[in-house]
Write a protein that binds this ligand. Structure first.
Ligand code: 2HG
Ligand code: ZN
Length: 471
């Protein structure tokens, strides 16, 4: 360790306590590798403050020493957004000790939490207060609210409740110079100038470090119906989405698409889960919720699905008869990503498109991938109700997964060119991180990028916050 680094580490230890500045190689390793094992970074130290005031002091010390800071929550980024680069210049600022629920307000339907609370614990806290926080995603046991906000996380209930962006009324942010922006307001209407919080939400820790947030809560659902429908094509899945929206209105909370390949993969790794409608090319998993305890939702869904069968949109369908059956259907969906990971690395595309363009996109892109990379296996699933697909491409049978990953740039070009042509986005809910920085530069309008860089320079003139991410 150089003298300058030793001094900084001492200064940081004086702020957060020596036991919360980690430098030992084995202790820091988990913070340096992303959850997909794509990026192996290095860092001077992992620093774990317990309060906003400590975060502010750490940032001030680093700004003074010109040391970069990589903010980190649960380290579940799909794009290496929370992992430091390989230079070893940065510190990782882990927010996991900041997990307090600072306040709940039943009349205002809000809850103020710190950034390091896991999404699961935030959901639990809302439930204990008799309310509901709807953000829901597969990594909710590990990911944190700070990370959810920094990436504007989506998940499986966006159709009804919106992305993280729509679920936040106020935030507290430590700025690059160590000052604290206290915008922890719980207002549903506030037109007093620029909406600064929205600048920080989705900026992946490149403009400031979110330390707390006022979250919007909702009335808890008391009746829930989950159904799985087998369909012949993506066109039919889109037609079913429209039919269900017509039948259930905004009670349609989630509408997920799964290819037969994706569902079988999940099932292969979880043979204990049911396989109620085997052998179809596509599936839709849908959930309808009502705040009333005895809403006649099952009848509504049965009628809508029967009509869809009569109309030739749905081939077969099943409705979960118990909460346990519903949980298992959802587990089949939520385990797809993990099942894919167990098969080896794959080339992920987290894309969004106008829903009306999705079926054509899927047809054209499947053909183009097969022409260019014969035998490559598509694992397509995602949040059809939001126009968001995980269009993942895995190695052909017999080709080692790591070897196929070397073709990622060429595969990305085939997929993302078609996304761009259809007016879509190359990142729907996973963010940009370090994985998609070049793709962003390739596809975003130069004026968009110029404005982003100007905002970055204005808020972080020394470029110390999460360097190498987003822009
Ligand atoms: C999901 O929807 C996650 O399951 C992960 O966003 C997607 O692994 C993926 O590609
Ligand atoms: Zn997803």
């Amino acid at each position: 360790m150089t003298d300058a680094n030793a001094t900084l580490v001492d200064d940081l230890a004086a702020i957060v306590g020596a036991s919360h500045v980690l430098t030992d190689a084995s202790a820091i390793e988990p913070y340096l590798i992303d959850c997909r094992d794509r990026f192996h970074g290095r860092a001077r130290a992992i620093v774990r403050p317990a309060t906003t005031a400590e975060v502010a002091k750490v940032v001030r010390a680093c700004a003074h020493a010109r040391v970069p800071i990589v903010p980190q929550g649960g380290n579940t980024s799909m794009c290496g957004g929370a992992t430091p680069d390989a230079t070893g210049e940065a510190i990782v600022l882990s927010l996991v000790r900041m997990k307090a629920v600072r306040a709940t307000d039943a009349a205002n339907k809000t809850m103020t939490v710190e950034a390091g609370i896991t999404l699961h614990d935030a959901q639990q806290a809302a439930q204990e207060a008799g309310m509901f926080f709807p953000l829901s995603l597969a990594s909710e046991g590990t990911c944190t609210i700070g990370g959810n906000l920094s990436t504007n996380a989506g998940g499986t209930a966006v159709l009804r409740y919106g992305n993280a962006r729509e679920l936040v009324l106020g935030i507290e942010v430590v700025l690059a110079d160590g000052r604290v922006l206290d915008a922890l307001r719980g207002l549903r209407k506030d037109n007093s100038g620029y909406d600064l919080k929205q600048l920080f939400i989705g900026s992946e820790g490149t403009l400031g470090i979110v330390t707390a947030a006022v979250l919007k809560l909702f009335a808890a659902p008391h009746t829930r119906v989950t159904a799985l429908a087998a369909v012949e094509s993506v066109d039919d899945a889109v037609a079913l989405l429209r039919a269900m929206q017509q039948a259930a209105g905004d009670r349609l909370t989630g509408f997920e698409l799964l290819s037969g390949v994706a569902l079988s993969l999940s099932h292969r790794h979880h043979p204990e889960l049911p396989d109620p409608l085997p052998g179809h090319p596509w599936y839709a998993l849908l959930q309808i919720d009502d705040t009333q305890a005895h809403a006649a939702l099952t009848e509504l869904v049965e009628t809508a699905l029967s009509r869809a069968v009569e109309d030739g949109i749905v081939v077969d369908a099943t409705i979960a008869q118990s909460q346990e059956q519903a949980r298992k259907l959802w587990a089949l969906r939520e385990n797809v990503s993990e099942a894919q990971r167990r098969e080896g690395p794959n080339i992920k595309h987290d894309i969004s498109l106008p829903i009306s363009a999705i079926a054509t996109f899927c047809r054209d892109t499947a053909r183009a991938i097969d022409d260019a990379f014969a035998g490559a296996r598509l694992v397509v699933f995602g949040h059809l109700g939001d126009g968001n697909l995980h269009y993942n491409v895995a190695a052909p049978e017999g080709v080692p997964a790591r070897e196929f990953m070397q073709r990622a740039d060429a595969v990305n070009r085939v997929v993302h060119d078609r996304v761009a042509a259809a007016g879509g986005s190359i990142s729907a809910e996973h963010g940009i991180g370090q994985l998609k920085r070049d793709e962003l530069a390739h596809y975003r309008d130069p004026l968009d990028l110029e404005l982003m860089r100007r905002i970055k320079s204005a808020l972080d003139p020394q470029h110390l916050l999460n360097p190498g991410k987003v822009v």
